[in-house]
Design a protein around this ligand. Sequence first.
Ligand code: PLP
Length: 428
Amino acid sequence: MVTNSQLFERAARVIPGGVNSPVRAFRAVGGTPRFIARGHGAYIYDAEGKRYVDYIGSWGPMILGHGHPAVLEAVQKAAVEGFSFGAPTEREIELAEQILKLVPSMDQVRLVSSGTEATMSAIRLARGATGRAKFIKFEGCYHGHTDALLVKAGSGLATFGHPTSAGVTPGAAADTVVLEYNNVEQLEAAFAQYGNELACVIVEPIAGNMNFVRASVPFMTAMRELCTRHGALLVLDEVMTGFRVALGSAQSHYATLIPGFAPDISVFGKVIGGGMPLAAFGARREVMQHLAPLGGVYQAGTLSGNPVATACGLATLKEIQKPGFFESLTAKTQQLVAGLKAVAAENGVPFSADSEGGMFGFFLLPELPQNYTTVMTTDKERFNRFFHAMLDAGIYLAPALYEAGFVSAAHSATDIETTLSAARTALR
Ligand code: PLP
């Protein structure tokens, strides 16, 4: 039998760091990444045949678990019909119609292949539609690896960002204004300073890339009002939260808290592809009319709206619309979070946790953090020990303290119990 270590060594010879996306390398937590051989329902199995309860779910897409029969059937049927045509297909219309039915803030969507592409195109669209260059993003929010979005806050108030990756030129980051998440004062100051130069504000409504930090209601309200007042567009990056925290996505949740709330542009990924490369961005018709071939904002893709990916996405969206789906997923996730809190309390471990729909986060901190700086005060060594103890016990959590977790419809009450009992031992 080949071991994970052998595969990692072999991978490192031909793939930089042995992985095709950095967090998979376990650098933050140390140790050897597990090479996954297959998944079934709530479980994944590594190359050594060890089974794990999967709380990553491919970083969000696998809301039904692995190998859901209806999704498998749809994908197999589509694959037989053809992998890719580079011409329009009826399935793209069906998927667009489904997404628009569930997210009424948009009249039209454009399908792409990754969240990175979708956010990049959303920013270009906002710039093209407003004729402005600058935009605001928040520290700790991840929107994919486009140059202008790979930017960290400079020091001080409303500073322009510094590139956080080699290869990103200062020029590419020069129009990115980076602010602290949930900081209304900074937001107001930035609009006072740059209001008429701002094309948009891009934000994760629940920031899953700093584990799980909700945009507070005053913060979301301020973003909406300031954008409207200054003619900037509010871009909600729902790549992670879309069809994951609620059927209507995070924006439906905020619409219940803030009367009339709606973003100008929405970005989706992950769940809408059900595990296949698929993402989307959408807006009202007036905004979308700026896109090529109708308008001057260019955007394209050889594999955009791929027939197999759209079949997978459609089958996934069909399942999550079944009566009671989100109620059951939410209850299960809440059971996990409440259980983890109780187990931590039993052991006197500082702990806080939160969830919405099938997305959750936990912190080895006494209170839920509100921004990136506080998230990063977590005791990393303690987190890493907890992570490895859980992994050894067959519970696969995100290998970094700043990543959210995901529960799927396939997780059973027994899986949650197994997880809590492993956590009880690990936290001890
Ligand atoms: N936006 C958010 C909120 C994300 O979480 C991610 C990826 O995790 C992206 C954008 C980028 O998506 P992708 O990895 O599909 O390029």
